[in-house]
Design a protein around this ligand. Sequence first.
Ligand SMILES: [Zn+2]
Ligand SMILES: [Zn+2]
Length: 347
Amino acid sequence: YSRGVVRAEEVPIPEIDEDEVLVKTEACGICSSDILDWYREPKAPSFFGHEAVGKVTRVGRKVSEFTVGERVFVHHHVPCMVCRYCKKGDYSMCDAFRKSSIDPGGFAEYIRVPGENVRKGLIRIPEVLSTIEATFIEPLACCIQAVQRASLRIGERAAIFGAGFNGLLLAILSREFGASSVVVIEPNAYRREIAQSLSAVDRVFDASEEALRLLKREWGLADIVFVTPPFPSVVNDAVEVADRGGTVLIYAPSPPGSELSVDIFYLYFSHLTVKTSYSASPLDTRLALSLLLKRRDIFRQIPVVRYPFSEFERAFQDFRENSRIVKAVLYFEEEESLPHGETAARC
Ligand SMILES: [Zn+2]
Ligand SMILES: [Zn+2]
């Protein structure tokens, strides 16, 4: 609804068209963007949640790819695959991608999945993967797109600013994509501990000026630097630790109007590339699922705090205020299902 206010509302179970699917949500992760006030407030009040996994409970007459009872990941955004943006692989720039969404959102007990989303955004989850693990698909897909947009090559050195959930995923992915060394820079001591515990991470540094000097002296410079905190000042720190010919990849948006002040002289003579990465494509979500299946042990190193949907207010508050929670996932308990309506969270 407004800054920090999330409420549950009872709304009718959506009706589906003949090419649509109704999914009963089992779990949905809370994304950092769900608590980014400047990002959510202009859209409020709205239903939200975009890391949803659930069971198919109803299928339209024309849907042949899915059957009732199957567990699926639901992607809220899908591209058209034929426009000029899609043709060059820039799927999240597609008009259709930006307009597409699920009804009403991932934090709803029932989700109507529009036809386009059924055809491109719905993915069957193999039984071996738990529902909570499957909620990693969307954020992991966003990180896969980021690593690919950064053009990380085998043997390159990666530095990641921020040891939140996405920072940790980017650290793991950098290693999976062949980085020879991975460092994480994080101001919070507890999050530094988590980063250090990941097998993908070589060194962890504080975010202070002194720590960055130490990083450069002891570890060196990075070919690829990922910036996950949504603040412009971190981009400047990232430029500091990037090597000549390197890439700084801005993973999270800063508020509208935020400006970047970079020394163009330095940028020019360093062949430095500054890029952004927004969201993920249907290709990335499929790659994310296969990676989650292959490397379950590695992704399990990230601690997840689970909350029943009935405690959604506490979940959002904890995720906002408690830096010890890097990932929070809401799950629906069977007994919570309402016979004549559904529950959905609005921010
Ligand atoms: Zn997200
Ligand atoms: Zn398109």
